[in-house]
Structures are given as structure tokens and as C-alpha cells.
Design a protein around this ligand. Structure first.
Ligand SMILES: [Zn+2]
Length: 501
């Protein structure tokens, strides 16, 4: 049998398992009954063990070895081989028993987190979290020992979400960002004129909000024939396949904006998943090269687009039609300012664009210390609260809105948080590039012609998939290397206007 065909068949099987596991995660966080969590943990563990077996199979290793030497294959095939080899090396290094234990630990932690977060009981969650951190460290140690090119356990974990990125490279970017954000926040606090947001304080019926989010999805270009929206406590996107992209949102009837921005955020992820080249479907090329670039797509639509004046020039009439009594006093300028209020708060997911990255920095510092052993899980709440006070000036009344607010650590997604900040930086670079490429960029958004931006993103970001690294993709699209300046320029321009600085 043709070696390439044999390799491709194995890749498709691994991708099938990815899809099935994705569907199960989606189910667990949307509709699965609570009582099913125990058996579900075992289902997950069994499937993950099978996927591990497939990736670690010596036959796959032998095929990769031969195919890597075949220079006649061309660059796409070579990229696919390298992609699978990358995944394979991380699996081969980890004993199957550890894979299974970690999958079970994550399922148990997720269930414990859901209950403990609601009542703010960190002690109930602590042993589960400790277990996830210990097993994740063991996994990172195994991978690090096999690879040898990592300088810290944290880099092993970071590399999973941001291939090639290191904490040492991130640190100067993040500290430069932190300094500028603290300055901007200080200017806003001391000299700014706060926007009026009293018209956002009413009640916004659930059914109207749900209908509105579906309308937004269709308008932006999320293909509902190849995807769907449901609800979950912590919204997410999960691509079962390129033709079945699941996104979720959440609705609060005392908050008109939460569902809108969640839906748009996840639509950005979802449209990326739907935007890979048709001929790559089911293969390792139809993948984002990093989670940072994935987050750039969600953050671009959520912030650069949906928190712009142009966007609300288009949508405020519809919003006022939907909620006529609540929004009677709003005009475009006041609404634009109201959706860009800067207020240091407890929750990352409700944070504005100025303070958001300060939340990420705190998590980056803490998870690095937890992985590095400088901080114990038992001391996490105190360390969290101390940093919240220092960086943002707020104190969580309980750990449910403190160190337990995010799903990531319970899920074992340790080393993920920097992807959000990278996403913000990439998004600013991409939007500035779109403005340069499209003279009437903001006019198209004001007229609701979102296909122009989506088309540009399809061509410049989505279609290349795994062929280019995240940094290469953004550099090719924007003509500049990863930098904080475009993001800071964008923030300063926007918030000088919003806060009349
Ligand atoms: Zn996201």
C-alpha cells in the first residue's frame, strides 16, 4: 500500500477521535445530566487512551520516518507530517497510564469545580485541582525529558498552545504591556469622563436576547447550516468537524451585553473553524497553528468590531427595536461609550479591553509559580487575592469569583492564558492591516457588510491553516512582526475618545 495513503488514513482516524472527543466535551458542558459525570469521565479516559495509542503507534512512527525523507511529497504533505510528528512526540513521551489518570482527574475536577465555584468553596475543589496540577506537571516532565529543548516545565505546557513560544520571550512583551496599561488606566481614572450606562441597567428578556444572538450570528457570517449555538455556564467553541462547529453563549436578563459579546466572541472562533480550505478538511492542515491566533479571531470580532462606533451605528436601531423601553435614552455615541466603560472588576470574562490583559498577567504569573513549585495549590487563593488587590484594586468576596472563576485549570488547560493576550495583540495587527487594505473598512462595518472583513480574514488568516505558524500568518497579513504597539495605539486612540482624555 502506498505509504502516503497509509499515513493519511491514520491521520484521519486520529482526527475522527479528536472530533468525537470534542462532541463529548460539548455534551458534558451543555446537556449531559449531572449524574452521568462519573461514567462520562471513564468514557473520556477510554477514548483518550485509544487516541494516545494511535498517536504513539510504532507503525505511525515508522511511516513518518520514511515519509520525512521523501522530498517528492511537496510542502503541504511535509507540513502535515511535521504536525503529526509534533503531536506524536508529546504522546510517545507520556505513559498511557498517565494519560488515563489525567483524563479522569480532569473530568473529576471539572465536576467538582462546577459545584465548588457556585458556593465559593475552594477547600472542596482544592484536592481535585492539586491532582490536575500534579499530573500535568508529571506529563510536562515526561515530555521535557524526551524532548530536551525546553528550559522549564512551563514552557513545555505553553508550547502546546503556542508552538515555539517561551516564557522568556513572552515576559518582555507582557511587562511592556503591563506598564502601558497601568498608565492608561491611571489616566482614565484620574482625568477621564465616565460614560453614562444607566440605560443598560434594565431587564432584558431572555427570549429576545436569544433571538438577537441568532440574528447576529447569521449577519456576521457564521454558517448555521454547518454549526449551531447552545448555552453553557462558560461559553466555548468546539469543532466536531469543519461542517459541525458548536458554539455556546450565556444569557443574563439583567445584562443586555453579556450574551451579545459572548456570541460574537465564539462566532469569531467558529467562523475560523469554518474557514479552513475545503481540500484540507479532515486533515492536520485544517487546524489553527496556535490558540493565540484562534483568540485573535474571537477578540477581533468581539472588540475591534463589536465595540466600535461603526458597529453600533448599524445595530443600535435593531437593539432599540428589540428593547424599546430599556434603551429609550441611548444614541450611537452614548451607546458606543457605554459598551467601552473601563472599570477594574473581579471577573476576567466581564473585563474591559484596558484591564483584560491585567487579568491574564495575574494568571500567567500564578500558573507559572504553581507549575514551577514556587506556589502551592493551598496558597493559591491568598496569592490570587493579594495580586487582584495590587494590580486591579479589587478584593474577591469569595473564591468562586476569585481563583475559581475560570474553567481552564479544572480542565487541565494550564499554560493557555497567554494565548488570550497574544490574541489581542494579533487582532490589533490584523485589524490595522485590514484598514490599510480596505480604504472603506469602517464603512463596510457601518453598513453591516461583514462579508468584506470575513473575506479578508478567510484569505489572509483562515485558509492557510497550519501551513504557517501564528506569527508567520500575522506577519504575512500585516507586514509586521508580533508587537504590542499596534494594540496600544488602538487602545489609546479609542479610550482617549471614550473618556475624553
Ligand atoms: Zn476565546
Amino acid at each position: 500500500m502506498d505509504r502516503w495513503k497509509a499515513f493519511e488514513a491514520r491521520v484521519r482516524e486520529i482526527k475522527d477521535l479528536d472530533g468525537i472527543l470534542g462532541l463529548m466535551t460539548w455534551d458534558e458542558e451543555t446537556y449531559a445530566p449531572k449524574a452521568g459525570r462519573g461514567p462520562r469521565g471513564r468514557h473520556n479516559a477510554t477514548l483518550e487512551a485509544i487516541r494516545h495509542e494511535r498517536l504513539a503507534a510504532p507503525e505511525l512512527g515508522a511511516l513518518i520516518e520514511v515519509l520525512r525523507e521523501d522530498k517528492s511529497l511537496g510542502s503541504d504533505k511535509a507540513t502535515m507530517i511535521e504536525r503529526i510528528q509534533r503531536r506524536r512526540l508529546r504522546e510517545v513521551a507520556v505513559p498511557q497510564a498517565l494519560v488515563r489518570r489525567l483524563a479522569e482527574a480532569r473530568s473529576a475536577a471539572l465536576a467538582a469545580w462546577q459545584d465548588a465555584k457556585r458556593v465559593g468553596d475552594f477547600q472542596a475543589f482544592r484536592p481535585y485541582l492539586q491532582n490536575v496540577f500534579e499530573l500535568t506537571r508529571a506529563r510536562a516532565e515526561a515530555i521535557g525529558a524526551a524532548g530536551g529543548r525546553y528550559t522549564s516545565l512551563y514552557d513545555v505546557l505553553l508550547d502546546e498552545y503556542e508552538p515555539g513560544m517561551t516564557a522568556a520571550r513572552l515576559e518582555p512583551l507582557l511587562s511592556c504591556l503591563k506598564e502601558a496599561l497601568v498608565d492608561l488606566l491611571e489616566a482614565i481614572r484620574s482625568r477621564g469622563t465616565p460614560p453614562d450606562r444607566s440605560f443598560l441597567m434594565g431587564r432584558f428578556p431572555d427570549a429576545s436576547q436569544w433571538a438577537l444572538t441568532l440574528r447576529l450570528l447569521a449577519d456576521l457570517g457564521f454558517d448555521t447550516e454547518r454549526g449551531r449555538q447552545d448555552r453553557s455556564a462558560h461559553p466555548f467553541t468546539n469543532a466536531v468537524s469543519e461542517h459541525d462547529v458548536r458554539i455556546t453563549t450565556r444569557i443574563f436578563d439583567d445584562n443586555a451585553l453579556s450574551a451579545i459579546f459572548w456570541t460574537i466572541h465564539e462566532a469569531g472562533h467558529g467562523m475560523y473553524e469554518q474557514g479552513f480550505d475545503e481540500k484540507d478538511h479532515g486533515l492536520a492542515l485544517a487546524e489553527a497553528p496556535s490558540m493565540g491566533i484562534h483568540e485573535s479571531q474571537s477578540r477581533l470580532w468581539e472588540n475591534q468590531v463589536a465595540r466600535s462606533r461603526a458597529f453600533w451605528t448599524h445595530y443600535l436601531p435593531l437593539l432599540k427595536e428589540t428593547f424599546p423601553d430599556q434603551l429609550r435614552g441611548a444614541d450611537v455615541e452614548s451607546f458606543y461609550r457605554a459598551v467601552n466603560v473601563v472599570k477594574p472588576g473581579l471577573l476576567r470574562v466581564e473585563a474591559d479591553e484596558v484591564t483584560y490583559n491585567l487579568h491574564i498577567l495575574l494568571r500567567f504569573e500564578l500558573e507559572r509559580a504553581l507549575v514551577g513549585g514556587q506556589l502551592s495549590v493551598a496558597d493559591l487563593p491568598a496569592a490570587w487575592n493579594e495580586r487582584m488587590k495590587r494590580n486591579l484594586g479589587v478584593s474577591p468576596p469569595n473564591d468562586g469569583v476569585g481563583c475559581m472563576q475560570d474553567i481552564h485549570w479544572a480542565q487541565g488547560a494550564i499554560g493557555y492564558f497567554p494565548s488570550y493576550t497574544l490574541g489581542n495583540l494579533y487582532a490589533a495587527q490584523l485589524m490595522a492591516a485590514f484598514e490599510r487594505a480596505q480604504p472603506d473598512a469602517w464603512g463596510t462595518i457601518e453598513r453591516g457588510q461583514f462579508g468584506v472583513l470575513l473575506g479578508w480574514l478567510r484569505t489572509n488568516v483562515h485558509r492557510s491553516g497550519y501551513r504557517q505558524t501564528a506569527e508567520e500568518t500575522v506577519a504575512a497579513a500585516s507586514g509586521e512582526a508580533l508587537a504590542v504597539e499596534p494594540f496600544l495605539r488602538y487602545l489609546r486612540a479609542k479610550f482617549s475618545h471614550v473618556y475624553r482624555l
